[in-house]
Design a protein around this ligand. Structure first.
Ligand SMILES: *[C@@H]1O[C@H](CO)[C@@H](O)[C@H](O)[C@H]1NC(C)=O
Ligand SMILES: *[C@@H]1O[C@H](CO)[C@@H](O)[C@H](O)[C@H]1NC(C)=O
Ligand SMILES: *[C@@H]1O[C@H](CO)[C@@H](O)[C@H](O)[C@H]1NC(C)=O
Ligand SMILES: *[C@@H]1O[C@H](CO)[C@@H](O)[C@H](O)[C@H]1NC(C)=O
Ligand SMILES: *[C@@H]1O[C@H](CO)[C@@H](O)[C@H](O)[C@H]1NC(C)=O
Ligand SMILES: *[C@@H]1O[C@H](CO)[C@@H](O)[C@H](O)[C@H]1NC(C)=O
Ligand SMILES: *[C@@H]1O[C@H](CO)[C@@H](O)[C@H](O)[C@H]1NC(C)=O
Ligand SMILES: *[C@@H]1O[C@H](CO)[C@@H](O)[C@H](O)[C@H]1NC(C)=O
Length: 539
């Protein structure tokens, strides 16, 4: 204990010394050239600004009305990106656009998914895919609707509409670092007490059959060219609704399915495919996901959360109980008729900044694309009633499209964590605190992105929401801010809106990148390490 403390103090002193030496010899070494902004009045919409001359970090002086303090010696999770679900409906809408106007389609896919550093594009990189039907499908199908077929001899991956595969193939042609997360909205109806996909409860006698079904899903998607990064057993296991594919699945059942599936995946060449449990509201963070880890923690890499009840700080309940397990934020949906700027604030506070601040590796909305009424939906479903669910992008039948508020919140956050180099590491959250008299006016996350060449400078980025908009009635006010980094200070005035900016700095002994990263050697369909599956449809 004493030895360890002494050692870590020496290391800290050395580190501080190194930082000071660097700083004093090199004021104005770190500069801010790159700025992306979305403002409340829409005068800037994910607009890039090349700051020239750049803003220097210099000798520290008085702090601003807000003071952003970055502690780069303390790093947290890597962030695998932002995105949404490619439902059957989203794929159909996009495929229709492709038929109507392919230039418009490719412009849209590029704007959403191109991950190239500096591109005028969000670079969304995490896609969730329903296995079988959801409430955004043409019919309520599973991959095996033959009642009692416990050998799964009628399993058929091609019940996925072909446009889902083709649109995903197009997305992957623009973005080969996208992670794919597979998840059913219901087990096949015959495995449930209702006998239908729509509502009901899973029956435990089918645990082994269902684990086999999920393995076949992983194999089927891999054979189509899409090796999944992760799979889950059930979307929203606490939700049974008789109007669309849903199912109750207890934590005990899910634990048993996960344990069986883990061993099936391992013995079939998918040991790197993660199993993510729960996938439901923040509100039950202290019950279902905790029980799942207690019952079957060895099988699960982590759990995922939705926004529809509870609040984002409840992710901490899970994190504190199981700090070694991962957290994913996988679903929230906007609804039509709400206020654009209020939604941006909410999305950033709770998901694009909030969920990540509370240890999530991802931030996802629900549908990637729908029409201007939130259609098409499963005929007869009560889901997304009222004004309808708004997707990240609205595609019109005349071949035009527009991105919604969710796009801007996520694009601003995505820009901060995308790999700087092709094939390079992803952004990792670093410790940040906000001081000053107007500290309340800013919500901030900070990241460090490592480099392929270890002698290249690291990228440090911050995502800053200024929501100082309503003291004494509507009154949007910029916040004059200082940014503290390695003993140097920069000054920037943040308008009401969201700003992403970055600078580069030399690698240090505590850059957080050389330490053992949980980043897996993630393998896609072109890779051969687990190539037992014939990859006929390589994209
Ligand atoms: C297709 O979309 C492009 C890009 O938005 C537009 O310039 C072009 O006019 C459209 N073509 C047709 C036939 O509508
Ligand atoms: C699989 O499903 C597709 C789409 O419904 C169908 O066209 C095909 O014939 C099915 N294959 C088998 C072997 O049943
Ligand atoms: C992935 O795409 C990038 C371009 O964005 C390309 O440079 C790289 O070679 C591709 N990697 C693989 C494994 O195909
Ligand atoms: C959680 O989310 C679902 C949406 O799927 C909702 O219907 C349900 O009422 C929510 N649960 C709680 C406990 O509020
Ligand atoms: C979040 O929910 C928890 C549990 O209900 C509650 O104790 C906490 O006050 C809530 N936090 C916020 C910021 O609303
Ligand atoms: C296309 O449809 C949208 C939604 O109805 C409309 O706002 C837009 O003006 C239309 N654009 C053209 C070029 O017709
Ligand atoms: C890494 O960068 C250094 C400094 O620019 C350069 O000398 C070296 O050749 C680079 N290494 C590789 C593998 O590109
Ligand atoms: C933030 O808003 C308050 C109230 O409108 C205002 O007094 C303050 O000056 C604003 N901050 C800045 C930096 O303008």
């Amino acid at each position: 204990m004493v030895v360890a403390q002494g050692r870590s103090r020496i290391m800290r002193v050395l580190a501080v010394f190194a930082a000071l030496a660097l700083a004093s010899s090199a004021y104005a070494q770190y500069v801010i050239w790159d700025i992306w902004q979305t403002t409340w009045d829409r005068s800037k919409l994910f607009t890039y600004h090349n700051q020239n001359p750049p803003i220097p970090f210099g000798s520290p002086s008085q702090i601003g009305q807000a003071d952003i303090v970055i502690t780069d010696s303390q790093t947290f999770q890597s962030v695998w990106g932002f995105g949404g679900s490619l439902t059957d409906s989203s794929a159909l809408i996009l495929n229709n656009l492709k038929s109507k106007n392919s230039t418009s389609y490719w412009n849209l896919l590029n704007y959403l998914f191109n991950p190239t550093d500096g591109a005028n594009a969000a670079g969304f990189s995490y896609i969730r895919i329903p296995l079988g039907a959801s409430d955004f499908s043409a019919s309520a199908y599973s991959y095996d609707d033959t009642s009692g077929d416990t050998s799964l001899s009628h399993f058929n991956i091609s019940k996925t509409p072909s446009y889902v595969f083709s649109v995903l193939r197009d997305i992957r042609s623009l973005n080969n670092i996208t992670r794919i997360h597979l998840i059913p909205w219901s087990p096949p109806g015959w495995m449930k007490d209702t006998g239908t996909m729509k509502g009901g409860s899973f029956q435990s006698q089918y645990i082994d059959t269902y684990a086999n079904y999920l393995l076949k899903c992983v194999q089927g998607w891999t054979n189509q060219g899409f090796r999944p990064y992760a799979i889950s057993a059930q979307n929203e296991p606490l939700n049974s609704n008789p109007t669309y594919p849903t199912s109750k699945l207890t934590a005990s059942q899910e634990g048993q399915i996960g344990t069986k599936l883990r061993s099936l995946l391992n013995s079939n060449g998918f040991s790197s495919t993660k199993i993510i449990g729960y996938d439901h509201n923040w509100s039950a963070a202290s019950s279902y996901p905790i029980q799942l880890m207690q019952d079957a923690g060895a099988a699960f890499d982590g759990v995922s959360f939705h926004c529809y009840a509870g609040n984002v700080s409840q992710q901490d309940t899970f994190h504190n109980a199981f700090p070694q397990k991962q957290i994913y934020f996988t679903e929230c949906s906007g609804t039509f008729g709400s206020d654009w700027w209020s939604d941006i604030k909410w999305d950033l506070d709770n998901i694009a900044i909030g969920a990540i601040e509370h240890n999530s590796h991802t931030g996802l909305m629900w549908n990637i694309a729908l029409d201007g009424n939130g259609n098409p939906k499963l005929p007869g479903t009560s889901s997304c009633g009222g004004p309808g669910c708004r997707a990240i992008v609205t595609v019109n039948s005349n071949g035009t499209w527009s991105v919604n508020q969710e796009f801007y919140s996520f694009a601003q956050a995505s820009k901060a964590i995308l790999p700087r180099d092709v094939g390079g590491p992803w952004g990792k959250r670093v410790k940040v605190a906000v001081g000053g008299s107007l500290s309340w006016a800013l919500r901030v996350n900070a990241f460090v992105t490592g480099r392929t060449n270890s002698s290249d400078w690291l990228r440090y980025s911050i995502v800053v929401l200024n929501w100082n908009d309503s003291i004494g009635g509507w009154n949007p006010q910029p916040v004059q801010t200082t940014i503290e980094f390695r003993g140097t200070q920069a000054t920037f005035t943040f308008p009401v809106g969201v700003t992403t900016l970055w600078w580069y700095a030399p690698p240090t002994s505590f850059d957080g990148v050389t330490e053992a990263d949980e980043e897996p050697s993630i393998r896609f369909e072109g890779d051969s390490a687990e190539g037992q599956i014939p990859l006929k449809f390589k994209a």
